[in-house]
Design a protein around this ligand. Sequence first.
Ligand code: SF4
Ligand code: SF4
Length: 127
Amino acid sequence: MDSEVHNLHNSFSEKYDCLQCGNCCRTLGPRITEKDIDKIAKALRCKPSDIIERYIKKDEDNDFIFKSMPCPFLMPDNYCQIYESRPKACREYPHTNRKNFYQIYMLSVKNASTCPIVYEILEHIKK
Ligand code: SF4
Ligand code: SF4
């Protein structure tokens, strides 16, 4: 199943231009790690504590997330201001090229309402 899903991921990732979409950056708050915060701070040449104070809060599970969405680093043209230093969760989204797709099937069903790539992959699997 993984190889089928990965093939679909590659072909639909080519079909959709994320710069014309930006839905994930507008609506989903990525989970942010301390390592992510360090990288963002380095990219913006400030202290990690400044990044936390300005952009980050903790959610009900005690995970770091952005204080508000759309993401504060999403620019009007849908480019990411910190693209090279973006959080790991952003780099991996929409996760459809990871191993053991069956483990994230339910997450993908949820993501299908945000991401057209995931939607198309699930539609193909159904067929
Ligand atoms: S950090 Fe960049 S890739 Fe991640 S949500 Fe914000 S704009 Fe999108
Ligand atoms: S929702 Fe999907 S298609 Fe849209 S920007 Fe995010 S990854 Fe790209």
